[in-house]
Unconditional design. Structure first.
Length: 314
């Protein structure tokens, strides 16, 4: 990212290292809840980038969230109350508990935005793409790479309310796990059960998640309060229903026969392509193997025609 001012071209990376261009960092931050874009022009008529001003309506919501949290209300209860009152959150979305409590160490979530006390922090996180999944992941930067700029004109909260919320966050935090346990948990994020992440409610479109141990329930009802579905289903019950349906519907003899036929045709097609490629790369006097046998490493694998005949004879 490049910013230009008074004929000077500076990248955000250069500004971070040198810390000589705080105006670059102020202009490179996104718009968070509680503020709106301030559109201004300089003396030369050019647009001034990165201008922010307080949105009074959203500022009152932020102050309400902090007061209710300090008074003992949970982020989930606060989110549900805001949704019941049809108060929209950031980007016009409904409120969730995670949007409020966020991550204290990473500075995410309403309760952790230092901009609300007139302090803009830049470069707290870095983003990269996971080559295994292709997803964008964030990682915290070392404290020495973070850049803080004081912006008192953007303050919404008093220091007393901010520190009271921070104190309650510390009281609610669970004891730190050992580094060994944390590393083991972070290396394996797997679905615990057969249908985890696969169940969706047909009315509101939210997922069914485990509630209270072994019961599936509507995530929108639990986290947002925007769905009236209060029914829950036992995990073993719904797994039994799904597996019974798969057995009765997908294992019918006519469907199995269709699958076997399509599988054999696809296998033969790929085997033919493999042999054709090998013929182009081998000398002409090399004996070719039949099309229904495919080379895998140093072994020949038999095709499905022989395997299915053996299964039928068994």
């Amino acid at each position: 990212m490049v910013r230009r001012r008074f004929g000077e071209i500076v990248t955000v990376a250069d500004a971070t290292e040198s810390r000589r261009f705080p105006w670059v960092l102020c202009k490179s931050c996104g718009l968070c809840y509680g503020y709106r874009v301030l559109r201004e022009t300089d003396a030369r008529g050019e647009a001034v980038l990165g201008g922010r001003t307080i949105d009074e309506a959203e500022a009152r919501i932020i102050q309400r969230i902090f007061r209710e949290f300090v008074d003992g209300r949970s982020p989930r209860a606060i989110a549900k109350a805001l949704n019941v009152e049809h108060v929209l959150g950031s980007s016009g979305c409904t409120w969730t508990a995670s949007a409020i409590h966020g991550n204290r160490k990473r500075g995410t979530g309403i309760l952790n935005k230092e901009l609300y006390i007139g302090r803009r922090v830049w470069n707290r996180l870095r983003y990269s793409k996971d080559p295994a999944t292709g997803k964008r992941v964030s990682r915290p930067n070392p404290p020495n790479l973070c850049v803080t700029v004081e912006v008192p004109e953007l303050r919404i909260l008093s220091d007393e309310l901010w520190h009271a919320a921070k104190q309650r966050q510390l009281e609610l935090e669970l004891p730190e796990r050992s580094q060994k346990i944390r590393s083991a948990l972070n290396t394996r994020h797997r679905a615990r059960y057969l249908l985890s992440g696969l169940l969706v409610r047909g009315v509101c479109g939210a997922g069914y998640t485990l509630i209270g141990g072994d019961q599936y329930g509507c995530a929108n009802h639990v986290n947002r309060g925007t769905c009236s579905n209060v029914r829950t289903v036992a995990r073993k019950t719904i797994e039994r229903r799904v597996l019974s349906g798969l057995k009765d519907k997908l294992l019918a003899p006519e469907l199995v026969a269709t699958f076997v036929k399509e599988f054999q045709e696809e296998w033969n097609r790929q085997a033919t392509e493999v042999n054709r490629t090998r013929c182009c790369n081998l000398p002409r006097n090399t004996n070719q193997k039949p099309a229904h046998r495919v080379m895998c490493g140093s072994r020949w694998l038999r095709g499905p025609d022989t395997r299915f005949s053996e299964i039928g004879e068994a």
